[in-house]
Ligand binder design. Structure first.
Ligand code: GLV
Length: 309
């Protein structure tokens, strides 16, 4: 019998267990630390890569990240026989769509400015623009980026996306590669970062990138903390190149209490909660992937190790 071992948050793990026992009773679902016979562990769902993975679970076939990102895994030490799968499930997608829509509308409708005006009891209308007059751009066109763009488009925003290789999304101007990055940034009144963390994206949100945006642009960062150079962000906010920043990710996490980002009047911070895997929708996706694996079909969310996502 194959064991499916869940090695993350125990409360959510218990819900995974109920769903697995209901929908896949032939599978031996176990919640860490009760791993049973490690040689039987063919499937592992975890947020962090356990130490000595290959030695501990010699017959592991599939490794599921319990989140959308896989930058916390060390691809170099994963045995070649183990396939790594990202979490691509409706609950995570919905959470990200809600978070980004909220942040983009907040910036677009000048809510940060009105909050500051209210604090001073000042009644001062600002110019009202429609969504069609606001150019929103998303860096990263994976399943999250695409869903976010479709929702923004539904609200009437002027939408564009950028990815390393060419993508096509109805109603969205798609830019690709280094050669088209400057044109993409130039049309970004609000820039949303949804890129995976790789060597190519570490430190990407820096002064040079902020210089390439229209003056007074907004930033919504829901990628990974190390993609942002915080000192460059603070400088760009202080000299007006950027108007506002909404950050759901920081480096490090948790952000230390003394970090100047916390108290900057034009920065809004949330503690990496934009989107969280929902067991009820995730279990069905993982079980479907197990069936695909058994049938030799392509897996949903399979990580391409050469790209790192
Ligand atoms: C959260 O950041 C995730 O990767 O799901």
């Amino acid at each position: 019998m194959s064991t499916f071992l869940y090695m993350a948050d125990a409360d959510r793990g218990r819900r995974w267990g109920e769903l697995f026992r209901r929908d896949a009773p032939a599978l031996d679902f176990r919640l860490w630390p009760e791993a049973g016979d490690p040689a039987q562990v063919h499937y592992l769902a975890t947020w962090q890569q356990p130490e000595q993975l290959a030695e501990r679970f010699p017959n592991l076939k599939l490794l599921f990240s319990t989140g959308a990102g896989v930058d916390q895994f060390d691809l170099a030490t994963l045995p070649p026989s183990v396939q790594l799968v990202r979490m691509v499930e409706p609950g995570i997608v919905q959470g990200m769509v809600e978070y980004v829509l909220h942040a983009v509308l907040d910036l677009h409708r000048d809510r940060p400015a009105y909050r500051r005006l209210q604090a001073e009891a000042r009644w001062q209308p600002l110019q009202v623009r429609t969504a069609a007059q606001c150019r929103v751009s998303v860096l990263g066109l994976g399943s999250l980026g695409e869903a976010v763009l479709q929702a923004l488009r539904g609200l009437g925003f002027d939408c564009a996306g950028w990815s390393r290789s060419r993508r096509h999304i109805d109603g969205v101007q798609c830019f690709a590669g280094e050669a088209e990055r400057a044109d993409f940034l130039r049309r970004s009144d609000i820039l949303v970062c949804l890129l995976p963390l790789t060597d190519a994206t570490r430190g990407l949100l820096d002064s040079a990138l902020f210089d390439a945006l229209p003056r007074g642009a907004g930033l919504v960062h829901v990628g990974r903390g190390p993609q942002l150079v915080s000192a460059d962000l603070l400088a760009a906010l202080d000299d007006g190149r950027l108007a506002e920043a909404v950050l759901d990710v920081t480096d490090p996490e948790p952000l230390p209490a003394g970090d100047p980002l916390w108290r900057h009047p034009r920065v809004q911070i949330t503690p990496h909660i934009a989107s969280v895997t929902q067991p009820d929708t995730a279990a069905a996706v993982v079980l479907d992937n197990l069936r695909r694996f058994e049938a030799g079909l392509p897996l949903v969310g399979l990580v391409d190790r050469s790209k790192g996502y």
